[in-house]
Design a protein around this ligand. Structure first.
Ligand SMILES: Cc1ncc(COP(=O)(O)O)c(C=O)c1O
Length: 453
């Protein structure tokens, strides 16, 4: 008997995604092949442990020609071992890493596993202030890690929108952190990784960690520098944002890869093995092999030349959209964008909060999220800003003309919000106009279908 309720909702969600445009910067549309791998029989398999890390250099065929060492706690790993080894080999190639752990169930799990690998309770982590663009897992008091470790926050410069590197250096010298973490969910500059490496080198035993969850696809496609190439020890990421894979996490590292069965010394050189032991059995149980298969497919796709074009197109689309919005009076934090993400101060642009704009945009099928801006004085649920990005709409093949169109719709929607907010008109007086914009969005969405659906 089929569960019609859930399958009806899946159909409804397909329709929502097809008829609207996804502007949330942390979302994307995966390929049919990634969807198929996620929905495969690998979901039936338990594979606690690792597939053996020997001979992971070279092409896929070379990796497949090696019989994996048996480091698993369950039988029947003939195929799972090969899948995970391909995923690891492809991730290492993509990100120039000595090692990749493809098992974290999510970005938060990946970050927690790195903390658990390197820190003792009470150790200090220097991470970006959540209110300035950092992520919850970088020290928000509501998280488990903030109860275990001591997080100290650096901020961004309100004028440039960039990291305040002088403050970061001062705090690093003062607090002697065991981890300096560069990572963010709402920041649109390219970090100065070299400068952070120089700061980190002054602090004994300091692990340099980059959480590139948002920009990993840009890094893979060569449209953003790779922190591992600049001397960072570890890079964590999600696999589902610009990287366009299944929902999940990934940890890349530099160092010597040892056996996960043998406890290594606590050194920066041993960080790959410390991380493997921290992911399993430290913080997770069995890996999600269907998701690892889908990650491998996404890495395969990201190794193609077409993905390099995609990554560069994401950035150029974001610049066009940012320029269009600036012309229309939207004040962008930092004055523009260097990646896929645009953060807008709606309060100083139009005197309305971000939630009002988010709700209005949803009515016409444009999805983004309200977001805090640096030093926001409004509460988190109705913050001053909105955050949008171009990863998903670029996947659908949209370019300059569509970015300008989206900017034009947003200008009109902001004007409507202001008129309603000022009490000059009621929302119902805009019903026809909103329906007309909704129809235009639907028409463009139809021209650029969602892949994989
Ligand atoms: C920078 C950063 N790190 C970690 C995460 C957490 O990822 P997940 O939602 O997969 O746990 C996110 C998600 O938004 C993020 O933006």
């Amino acid at each position: 008997m089929k569960d019609n309720k859930i399958f009806d909702l899946i159909e409804a969600e397909k329709q929502r995604q097809s008829e609207g445009l996804e502007l949330i910067p942390s979302e994307n549309y995966v390929s049919r092949e990634v969807l198929d791998a996620m929905g495969s029989v690998f979901t039936n398999k338990y594979s606690e442990g690792y597939p053996g890390f020997e001979h992971l250099d070279g092409s896929d065929d070379e990796v497949l020609s090696v019989e994996p060492a048996n480091h698993r706690y369950y039988g029947g790993q003939q195929n799972t071992d090969k899948v995970e080894r391909l995923a690891i080999a492809r991730a290492r190639r993509l990100f120039h890493a000595d090692h990749a752990n493809v098992q974290p169930h999510s970005g938060a799990q990946a970050n927690n596993a790195v903390y658990n690998a390197w820190l003792k309770p009470g150790d200090t982590v220097l991470g970006m202030n959540l209110g300035h663009g950092g992520h919850l897992t970088h020290g928000s008091p509501v998280t488990q890690s903030a109860k275990i470790y001591n997080f100290v926050a650096y901020g961004t410069n309100p004028e440039t929108g960039d990291i305040d590197y002088d403050e970061l250096e001062k705090l690093a010298i003062q607090y002697q952190p065991k981890i300096i973490l560069i990572g963010y969910s709402a920041f649109s500059k390219i970090p100065d990784f070299d400068r952070v490496v120089k700061i980190g080198q002054k602090i004994p035993d300091c692990l340099l960690m980059a959480d590139m969850a948002h920009v990993a696809g840009l890094i893979a496609g060569g449209a953003h520098p790779n922190p591992l190439d600049h001397g960072f020890h570890v890079m964590t990421t999600t696999t589902h944002k610009t990287l366009r894979g299944p929902r999940g996490g990934l940890i890349l590292s530099r160092g010597t890869v040892g056996s996960p069965l043998k406890k290594p010394e606590h050194t920066l050189e041993n960080i790959p093995t410390l991380i493997d032991r921290s992911v399993f059995p430290g913080t997770q149980g069995g890996p999600l092999m269907h998701i690892i298969a889908a990650k491998a497919v996404a890495f395969y796709e990201a190794e193609q030349v077409s993905f390099q074009n995609y990554a560069h197109d994401i950035v150029s689309n974001a610049k066009v959209l940012a320029d269009t919005l600036t012309t229309h009076g939207f004040k962008i934090v930092g004055g523009g964008t260097e990646n896929h993400l645009i953060l807008i101060d709606m309060m100083s642009s139009f005197g309305i909060d971000g939630k009002i704009m988010e709700v209005m945009m949803d009515k016409v099928g444009l999805t983004l999220n309200a977001n805090a801006i640096p030093n926001d004085t409004l509460p988190p649920f109705t913050p001053s800003g909105i955050r949008l990005g171009t990863a998903a709409i670029t996947t659908r093949g949209m370019s300059r003309a569509e970015m300008i169109k989206i900017g034009d719709w947003m200008r009109r929607l902001a004007e409507i919000c202001v008129e309603i907010h000022d009490g000059k008109k009621t929302e119902s007086s805009f019903a026809n106009e909103l329906e007309a914009i909704r129809e235009e969005v639907r028409q463009i969405a139809e021209i650029f279908p969602v892949p994989g659906i």
